[in-house]
Design a protein around this ligand. Sequence first.
Ligand code: FRU
Length: 444
Amino acid sequence: MKKKKRSLLLATTIIGLSAILSPLATVGAANDYTVSNWTREHVTNIELNDRNTAPVINMDELEKLDEGYHTWDTWPLKDKDGSVAVVNGYKIIFALSAPSHVLPGQVHDIAEVRYFYSKNGKDWISGGPVFEKGDALGSRQWAGSAMIDEDDQLHFFYTATGRKGEERITYEQRFAKASADVVASKKGISFKNWSDHQIILEADGEYYQTQEQGSQGDIAYAFRDPEFFKDPKSGEEYIVFEGNSSGAPADRSCLPEHSGSPEFAESHDVPEVSVLFNGSIGIAKASNEDYTEFELLPPLLEANCVNQELERPHIIVKGNNYYLFTDTHFDKFAPGITGPEGLYGFVSDDLFGSYEPLNGSGLVIANPEDNPYQAYSWLVLPNGTVISFVHFSDLGDLEIADVGHQSHEFQFEHFGGMPAPSLKIALNRDRSHIVTELGQGVIR
Ligand code: FRU
């Protein structure tokens, strides 16, 4: 990657950030900062093989965490260092949920966070909703993360989507935070003494697209999925999240660096509509001890003209390497390039880049071609365990966009809404491979 330094003070316009910062900029006093690109060239290197293709899931052998609820995006309670926390012998997971009678296409409109706990990391006991009724911000809550500190305080970060009490559903997305005591008793795990719920971050329109900018012709909008991360090298604390590159579509353009190397870019055709694909992975630095104030920093990575949604990004550190993972869908790739529903990853020896795609393409875990929508929302834990949920199974030739047009019976029959079998991956510098399948919903 070419190195060029510019001052962020110059970055006051709202044109695509990559045009301003790329590829290396100076943040604050001394930091070198690279906004990495996931390029169209990288995506053309995607190849499904036995190192990255998940075993086929047989939904009939699996069960819901709680029969009464669909669950999807799931995350464990973690210690500050990112390892899975153990409280009085229990592991605790949080999951977005909706009652089982709700159609799969509607679950996101009423999502609520529930929790489950387990001594063996395999059999989960339902603890109920995490928040007290009416406390959570947003008309519903989307994915987030949870950390327990040295004083057994839970710090819970989530996406407040829409506004509480709104008459018609909206897609505004802001980050919210609340704290509570984690109480372990003979009865199990509960959360007490909740703080107020506070909005801690909103898109700024300079580094991250606002909804208003996105509404000027873009396909979809994202400012969500706050994931707590403590950098073991600097001790600084951050939130990593899914965003979109700033600016309205008319302010952005597809540049050769979005295609890839000069040789590739020269002969590669980029359909015009690709400009609407502006997924980014954002980062913000904690500026107080309560985790209620954060400073937005430029994105770690952008997929301009490549991919629209880089979901649930998260980082694990192994040796000297930062591994940055994200999930995306088949239909979120820009025209002219393609990739499967999958977990994608990037590696760098510096938190602030530059990130190179794992395996040359970024692909780490793909759903098998025979069951291309079987799982989604993969989350990699520091020891290489990967959790996800069962999405749609055995759709035959049906496109996912057509599922909503099928009978209710069909939709319920093919929707999982339950944990998928966990996988174990190995990471070796810039290569990864699936080692084995673990049991359903197993957290080790
Ligand atoms: C991924 C996701 C998240 C979001 C949630 C909403 O599955 O799209 O990005 O927080 O689902 O249900």
